[in-house]
Every structure is written in C-alpha cells, then in structure tokens.
Design a binder for this molecule. Structure first.
Ligand SMILES: C[S@@+](CC[C@H](N)C(=O)[O-])C[C@H]1O[C@@H](n2cnc3c(N)ncnc32)[C@H](O)[C@@H]1O
Length: 251
C-alpha cells in the first residue's frame, strides 16, 4: 500500500511514519509513505500558496494552481496512479467500510487542507474522493490523513502481527469490541470475570460475543440499525435479548 501526502507541514509525519506498527510496516516495505511539501509548487520565492477569499470574509484559501501542479507531478511518478483524497469536513464520513474500500485502491494521494481549505476548483477539476473524519473542525487535514493511513494500513496483510486481532476489532463485525482484562487478576477489589480464567474456549467466545452485542445495543443503537440486515442469526437473537423493542422495530 502506498500513501502520498501533500501538506504544508511535512514535519508532522516524520515521527508518525517511524513509530510502532506503522514504522515496522514501512521498514518491511508493506507500506510506503511519501510526504510532499506543497510549498515546493508555490511558484514564488516566498513559498506562498494561499490568498484571500473572493467575496471577502475571514481566513485564507489554498490556491488551486500549486495544488494541481503538485498532484500532476505526484500522479505521474510510480507505476499505479493514486486515487486522490481530499480531507474535508464536507466529505463522506470515514468508517471501517470506507477504509476497506480505500485499501483496495492500492495507492492514495491525501491532500491536507489548512486555513479555510482549498479553492473549490481543486475539487471541480480533480473530482477527488472527499473524506471527513467526523462532524467537527480540525485545524488541518494532517490528523485525518494520519487516521486514514493507520486504519487502512492495519488492513494490509502482514501489517498487524496477528490477523485475528483485525478480524475481532470493533466495527469489523459491525459490533463494538468486548471488554479486555490483563494481569493482575484483582485491581482495587475488582476481579476479572471468572469465565475468562476458565480455559473453556467455547464459553469465552460466547461471553465475548454477548458483551460485544450488549455494548453495541446500549452504546451504539445507530450501528445496530445500520447493520441489522448483515448480522447472522446468532447476533440478532442476542440483540432481541438485550433490547427487544429495538429488535422488533427492525424485524
Ligand atoms: C480549519 S479547516 C477548514 C474548515 C472549513 N472552513 C469548513 O468549515 O469546512 C482546514 C482544513 O482542515 C481539514 N479538516 C478540518 N476538519 C476536518 C474533518 N472533520 N475531516 C477532514 N478534514 C478536516 C481540511 O483539510 C480543511 O481544509
């Protein structure tokens, strides 16, 4: 999987791409991350790439020409042209299914906005995928780009040591994750559920599934509504047990 990032703050990605699971994936060439400084394409000696908005108002807007030139040059490098992704609060909200789709593209070019964002003609001309991290406003597209890179990279075979942990993650099964415990067995009088220490794998699996469904029903009924049609029988039965009204409204 290859990521190209176009940003005004390339330094933000230096530690990010060296540490942890992602750092190891980069070292093993499972993931490639190339960071490009938008100011390289400014066309002036001050490196300026923004200007005042037409029509007035607060803030500055990133100009289209340097972005378009940068994208043209980056797209022409390497064998597979990337899918261009603009990080924008106006985009489709990122989730695990979206990450899965992006993983299948193989190469992504992530455009990180700053200030008031990009001149609209960047989107009109490039017709990119527009991706939002959620309904809030960050100062720039770099943090959303990092969220995309981490999430998509975890789906690349070999990046996460134990593939089972990716399968069991929250959202992969359209359920929240079950609670986890580790040593010590007792903390401030609170003990680990007995079943987890029983060694009975069938019972442990069942307990974890029940806790996953229970957590999703109570914390994220919206997820249950969205995914009802995709749940297997066993899960629907548990949903009926934890919230019969919710289940009835979806039958
Ligand atoms: C301060 S924001 C611009 C906000 C813009 N004026 C608006 O209200 O939509 C600057 C940049 O941060 C990034 N950004 C901010 N919030 C984001 C979000 N929720 N998802 C994705 N990108 C975001 C985008 O790249 C955006 O161009």
């Amino acid at each position: 999987m290859k990521f190209d990032i176009l940003t005004l703050f390339p330094g933000l990605f230096e530690t990010f791409r060296r540490e942890g699971i992602l750092g190891r994936a980069v070292q093993q060439d499972l993931v490639t991350i190339d960071v490009h400084d938008l100011r390289r394409w400014s066309g002036n000696r001050w490196g300026q790439v923004d200007d005042e908005p037409y029509g007035g108002g607060a803030g500055m807007v990133l100009q289209a020409p340097p972005v378009l030139e940068a994208v043209n040059e980056i797209v022409s490098t390497g064998d597979d042209p990337p899918v261009t992704v603009v990080l924008s609060p106006r985009g489709r909200v990122f989730d695990q299914a979206f990450a899965d789709e992006l993983r299948q593209k193989g190469r992504l070019l992530l455009l990180c906005g700053r200030y008031e964002g990009f001149d609209e003609r960047v989107s009109e001309i490039l017709r990119p995928v527009e991706l939002s991290l959620g309904d809030f406003i960050l100062g720039g597209g770099e943090v959303p780009a990092m969220a995309v890179i981490e999430t998509v990279s975890r789906l690349v075979p070999g990046v996460v040591g134990d593939p089972q942990s990716v399968v069991e993650d929250s959202f992969t099964n359209q359920l929240l994750d079950y609670p986890c415990y580790t040593r010590p067995a007792e903390v401030e009088g609170r003990t680990v559920p007995e079943v987890l220490r029983s060694g009975n794998h069938a019972k442990i699996r069942r307990w974890r599934l029940e806790r996953s469904v229970e957590a999703t029903v109570t914390r994220r009924p919206d997820l249950i509504k969205k995914s009802w049609g995709n749940y297997p029988k066993e899960i629907r039965k548990l949903i009926r047990r934890y919230d019969p009204d919710l289940a009835e409204s979806l039958e």
